[in-house]
Design a protein around this ligand. Sequence first.
Ligand code: AGP
Length: 626
Amino acid sequence: MCGIVGYIGTQTATDILIAGLERLEYRGYDSAGIATILEDKLYCVRAKGKLYNLREKLQTEINPSQIGIGHTRWATHGKPEEYNAHPHLDMSGKLAVVQNGIIENYRELKENLLAKGIIFTSDTDTEVIPHLIADYLSSGKLSLMEAVQKTIIDLSGAFAIAVISSDFPDELVVARQQAPLILGFGQGEFFCASDLTALVPHTHAVLSLENGEMARLTPLGVEVYNFAGVRQKKYPRTLDWNPIMVEKQGFRHFMLKEIYEQPGVVRTCLEAYLNDNWHAENNPDFSPINLGISKDLLTDLQQVQILACGTSWHAGLVGKYLIEQLAGIPTKVDYSSEFRYAPAPITANTLTIGVTQSGETADTLAALELERQRRSSLDNQYKARLLGITNRPESTISQLVEHIINTHAGIEIGVAATKTFVAQLMGFYFLALELAYQRKSLSLVELENITKELRQLPTQIETILETQERYIEDLSHQFSETQDFIFIGRGINFPIALEGALKLKEISYIHAEGYAAGEMKHGPIALLDAKVPVVAIAIAGSVYEKVISNAQEAKARDAKLLGVVTVKKNDSNSVFDKLLPIPEVNELLSPILTVVPLQILAYHIAARRGLDVDQPRNLAKSVTVE
Ligand code: AGP
């Protein structure tokens, strides 16, 4: 979604802002703009479309300003046209504002401003903000900080803003309410941004503003206040990020690089959460898993509810399977966006898990907050127990939940989630095994066997990448003109069929659907003919024969059949037209492997079609609005 960058210091602001906006491109956007102050005059340049349009416009003028704000806009209110792009200015053209979020009461505010004779030049909700600030400033009695503070009180919604004014040329004022905003501390220079990616090249000292906080950045330092104007004592923290993490490192796209990072991510998770040298015989008194979750969160659980969107929701479906099958706890999975407006009845001793790669998804944060609030006045057994699973432990979700399982996938730039999905699955394996240990639903020997098999996964993913990537690239040429795809799977691999279809549709724009294989004959089979390829996940295990039968039914309707199969199951050769083999694996752990060929297939089909794989149309990496 929208991205904000702000700078005040000694370097040329335009360069810093544009480089920062480039780092935020992955969040998704359709127009961009910057505002700077030079010799007490405000300059604003905006452009529709990609950043190169903005860069081209900026080439005509040399502007050594040392203060500025920049923005990439993902249209919500008003079309993606230049006149709707941020920054938005007040009528005098002296004050500029960028915003990420939605101002819910903007209509009412706009009517009041129109009645005062204010002329609006955009269709956006944001434009009320500069006019309101200017209105407060017109009394001549307020500082910029005070005028912004008063304006914020008038706003309702979820937003992060950055403001500059040529009447206050040495300050940048920012505020945060339910949308991310991070401050960066350099030597005599200070930054703000919606995401760490824009800050890492400049500084490792950062501070995430909390909801209801605002800050004044000047060349001399940073002051943080709450919305009531009370100064807050804050300390920056140090990031252990390396700027190279946000480079393509020789890969054609971030998505391919991130697919290749998966063995490393799984390895890091294993190192972080598996107790070394744990043996069933020697160590029965402590768990093989080391998540560091307080006992209060996990004891006497009667139910688990998982809240997530998109790919994270698919990870939640695998999580449900694991928690139910390994730990025996009834588990339900809801779309966060549905849960918000129709939450399930409150049950006792319930663990609520929010799953999100960005840590900023508005629906998931709101669903967790709802759960916290509606349980807050209830008896102890009904109190909220909130857990987050994310690769971004510094993000907003960590302010809402009692414990974060850091999935150690780091930053993911490709909009299509790959390594973060696999890492979320790892989070669920560890949680399910920990619960199984605590509840004794698995024997210690069973636990030991599974942990041994988990340790094989990184090498097994590497095998798939080494043996399959080139082959799938060639294969994908056959499908670059295909219009519809079906993915089928059963049991723990049904969510992987959904994920395979989502990956393909979001980056290739090919219509694709995932189905529980047994459901095909209840309707979707009517779609099949020679033009609709079917990808079946048919690996050795409890539902193998069933999936093969379902695949045969598709074949009988002339569908071209691709099979994600286990290497050793040669009898499937005759069923499928093309095989996407994975190493032999325990069915319970198989999703970590079966998803990989599907990611590669989606990637190569989209790349073959010449599409913008990392930034697919209409999508955003971080969905910070409802
Ligand atoms: C995944 O490829 C998608 N880009 C999307 O479905 C994503 O998973 C969804 O928006 C949820 O995001 P989150 O994990 O950041 O909450």
